[in-house]
Design a protein around this ligand. Structure first.
Ligand SMILES: O=C(O)CCC(=O)C(=O)O
Length: 292
C-alpha cells in the first residue's frame, strides 16, 4: 500500500484515501484547520484550564500565574465540549465532518471530546484501542486527533500500528510498569516487528483519523519547554447504538443518547438527547478498567 495514499490532499478525500483507511486503519489530513482556528483553540485551552468556562472538580487556584504555568498543572480534560461553546462548535468542523462522512458513514454522531495539554515531562498513553473504552462494536468508531501544536517524537506524538484494526477484536491488556505511560496497563505489542510501529508526526492544524480498533499510544513529552496540545473528538456511525456506561459512572444502557449529531440523519432521533456526561480532569495515573 502506497503510504502517500494515507495523506488527504487539499482537494479532499480520494478513493485511494478511503482504501488506505480501510486497510491501514488511519489517515492524516495536513492543514485541515486554518491558523486562526488553531489560535482560537489554543486560547480556548487556556480559558478552560483557568476555570473561565466553569469550575471542574480538581481545578486549582491559578490566579496570577502565566498561561504556561497554568497548563503545566494539567494533563487533559474529558468532555470540554460540555463547558466550552468553542470546542462544541468544532465537533462539527466542516472539513473534519466531510472526511468522516467519506470514511465512516454519511450519518454521524460524536460522543466524546478530550483536550490534551501534555506539557514538558508529562507521561503518554499506553497501547490501546479506543473501542475498549467506548463500546460501539460496529467498527465505525473513529478518533479525529487535531494537532493544536506541532506533534513530534520529542514532545510525545501519536504512535500507531497500521493495520492492527483488521482482526476487529479487543486485544488483551496486561500490566505495564513503563515510565513512558500514565497507564498501569497496556496491550502487549512486542509481537509486532519494530518497523510495524510508526510515529505520526504532524504540524499543528493537521488531523489524524484513526479507527477505534487501531492500536495507538504516545510517549512521554521529553522536552523541557514544549507543549503537545491536541483535541481528540470521537465519532461513530449514527446507525449504531452506543452501549456506553462510562465504566460504571452512568446507568447501564443499550444506547447512550448523550451524543451530538454532526451529519446526515439520526435514525434514533425519536429517543431524544440527554446531558449526562460531565467534564472531568484526567488524572496523572490512569487506572481505568484495570482487571489484571
Ligand atoms: O494524544 C495522546 O497522547 C493519546 C490520545 C489517545 O490515545 C486517544 O485519543 O485515544
Amino acid at each position: 500500500m502506497n503510504t502517500a495514499h494515507g495523506t488527504v490532499a487539499p482537494e479532499g478525500v480520494s478513493g485511494e484515501n478511503i482504501a488506505f483507511y480501510r486497510e491501514q486503519g488511519y489517515l492524516v489530513a495536513p492543514g485541515l484547520f486554518a491558523d486562526e482556528e488553531i489560535a482560537a483553540l489554543k486560547k480556548e485551552t487556556v480559558e478552560i484550564f483557568r476555570g473561565n468556562r466553569g469550575h471542574v472538580e480538581g481545578m486549582l487556584d491559578v490566579e496570577g500565574l502565566p498561561d504556561e504555568e497554568v497548563l503545566k498543572k494539567y494533563v487533559a480534560i474529558h468532555f470540554p465540549n460540555k463547558i466550552s461553546p468553542t470546542i462544541h462548535a468544532y465537533l462539527s468542523h466542516p472539513a473534519v465532518v466531510k472526511i468522516l462522512t467519506r470514511i465512516v458513514s454519511p450519518n454521524l454522531k460524536c460522543m466524546q471530546s478530550m483536550l490534551f495539554v501534555k506539557g514538558p515531562g508529562k507521561a503518554g498513553q499506553s497501547w490501546h484501542q479506543d473501542e475498549y473504552y467506548i463500546p460501539t462494536r460496529d467498527r465505525s468508531l473513529v478518533g479525529a486527533w487535531i494537532a493544536i501544536d506541532d506533534a513530534t517524537i520529542g514532545n510525545g506524538c501519536l504512535w500507531i500500528i497500521p493495520g492492527s484494526h483488521q482482526p476487529g477484536y479487543l486485544f488483551r491488556r496486561v500490566a505495564s510498569s513503563s515510565t513512558e505511560y500514565a497507564d498501569v496497563d497496556t496491550v502487549d505489542v512486542s509481537g509486532y516487528a519494530k518497523e510495524a510501529v510508526i510515529p505520526v508526526e504532524v504540524k499543528r492544524g493537521s488531523v489524524v483519523f484513526f479507527n477505534g480498533y487501531t492500536l495507538h499510544s504516545s510517549l512521554r513529552n521529553k522536552t523541557t519547554d514544549n507543549f503537545r496540545t491536541a483535541l481528540v473528538n470521537h465519532y461513530m456511525s449514527a446507525e449504531s447504538m452506543l452501549p456506553w456506561d462510562q465504566d460504571g459512572k452512568l446507568e447501564p444502557t443499550e444506547d447512550l443518547r448523550d451524543i451530538v449529531p454532526v451529519a446526515g440523519v439520526d435514525p434514533y432521533a425519536w429517543k431524544g438527547i440527554v446531558d449526562l456526561n460531565r467534564p472531568y480532569l484526567r488524572p496523572e495515573i490512569l487506572k481505568i478498567k484495570t482487571d489484571l
